[in-house]
Design a protein around this ligand. Structure first.
Ligand SMILES: NC(=O)c1ccc[n+]([C@@H]2O[C@H](COP(=O)([O-])OP(=O)(O)OC[C@H]3O[C@@H](n4cnc5c(N)ncnc54)[C@H](O)[C@@H]3O)[C@@H](O)[C@H]2O)c1
Length: 331
């Protein structure tokens, strides 16, 4: 298998690359990443099958010079932080829509020339908007898209261009909508790293609104195993919701991490003004994926939240600068 992975210096993409490099059947992995602030520049798997090109996927001229001969393209590259998209929406339009569109064109041309296989697009449950605004209490693959932030609107737009390419050109693609991922190497601006960093440095944890927003959480290594299943299934061009069914409010998540770090359940919480347009609940029905990929007991194939959080905590304890970790609050 020859893989082209985009955004592979980022959180989920880098775990995906580690996962596929474990397979003997993987012949080659090219990672194209622009090396944004969120990229982990130290991610350099020691494996001759791996190479990395520091480039914007929107650079049509540079990328159209590459031999586009891959069995599968897995597209993780995107700006991914909702708060940044509220602060500076234009950057999300430029990157997640314009750059993405150029890359899609290149991949479509590669498929038309029968050189490049299918395209797996990594999307998010956020494209559906808030479950509380829906008539159902969960989302399925065919639910309407009602994004609530410039980030999720840009992700929904990416999906729309894929639908268009399918209809116009028979483009072979999967759209995988993932729930919230967590784990080692997640960039520090995201919620779980913020909680951990605050706990380790004896600082208050900023919590939007009343902290009752509910999300499904999946350990990143479980998510990338699922993405790999779709990558290896060359004749499947369907879309899937990939959730964990492990729903937690933000306050419950804080409690779980406080338990692991020896803090009182909610002593270190500081409520701050809610994010504008903040969705209350994301929840997906993942049965279609579980059925297609024969996960008869899907629960058993998930890392328990406490175990995943322990791994994540261990990573941040090692990787955060020592000065950032205050002493005296450890169990
Ligand atoms: N993290 C989550 O919980 C989550 C959940 C659902 C879906 N997703 C989606 O999964 C994907 C990966 O998320 P993540 O958390 O790993 O993000 P991340 O921000 O950690 O990593 C994104 C990577 O993409 C790269 N990138 C961005 N724009 C690029 C461009 N134009 N050209 C080349 N590289 C570019 C960045 O440099 C970075 O290394 C994103 O598409 C995101 O929307 C993430």
């Amino acid at each position: 298998m020859k893989y082209l992975v985009t955004g592979g210096l980022g959180f989920i993409g880098s775990h995906f690359i580690e996962e596929i490099l474990q397979d003997d059947a993987t012949e080659k992995v090219l990672n194209i990443d622009v090396g944004s602030y969120a990229a982990n520049k130290n991610f350099r798997p020691c494996d001759t099958r791996y190479s990395c090109l520091l480039e914007d996927i929107g650079n049509y001229d540079a990328l159209s010079r590459l031999p586009m001969e891959y069995d599968v393209v897995v597209n993780f590259a995107s700006h991914s932080h909702v708060d940044n998209s509220i602060e500076a929406p234009d950057a999300f339009l430029n990157n997640n829509i314009n750059s993405f569109f150029n890359f899609l064109k290149i991949c479509r041309e590669g498929q038309l020339a029968s050189k490049t296989g299918k395209f797996i697009h990594i999307s998010t449950d956020e494209v559906f908007g808030d479950v509380e605004d829906s008539i159902y209490d969960y989302f399925i693959e065919k639910s309407d898209l009602r994004p609530s932030s410039p980030y999720s609107a840009s992700k929904a737009s990416q999906e729309m261009f894929i639908h268009t390419a399918r209809k116009m050109f028979g483009f072979k693609a999967n759209i995988l909508r993932l729930c919230n991922n967590y784990g080692p190497r997640q960039f520090e601006e995201k919620f779980i790293p913020v909680i951990i960093k605050s706990c380790l440095s004896n600082q208050k944890i900023p919590v939007y609104g009343d902290g009752q927003q509910k999300r499904e959480w999946i350990f990143v290594k479980d998510a990338v195993c699922r993405i790999k299943k779709v990558a290896l299934s060359s004749e499947d061009y369907d879309d899937y919701c990939i959730g964990s069914n492990d729903l937690k409010t933000n306050l419950e998540l804080i409690e779980a991490i406080n338990n692991l770090t020896g803090n009182g359940p909610r002593d270190n919480v500081e409520f701050v003004t809610d994010r504008v347009g903040h969705d209350r609940v994301y929840k997906m029905d993942s049965r279609k994926f579980n059925f297609q990929y024969s996960l008869v007991h899907p629960r058993r194939s998930f890392t328990a939240l406490t175990d995943g959080l322990k791994d994540t905590l261990e990573y941040f304890e090692k990787s955060l600068p020592h000065s950032a970790i205050a002493q005296g609050n450890r169990p």
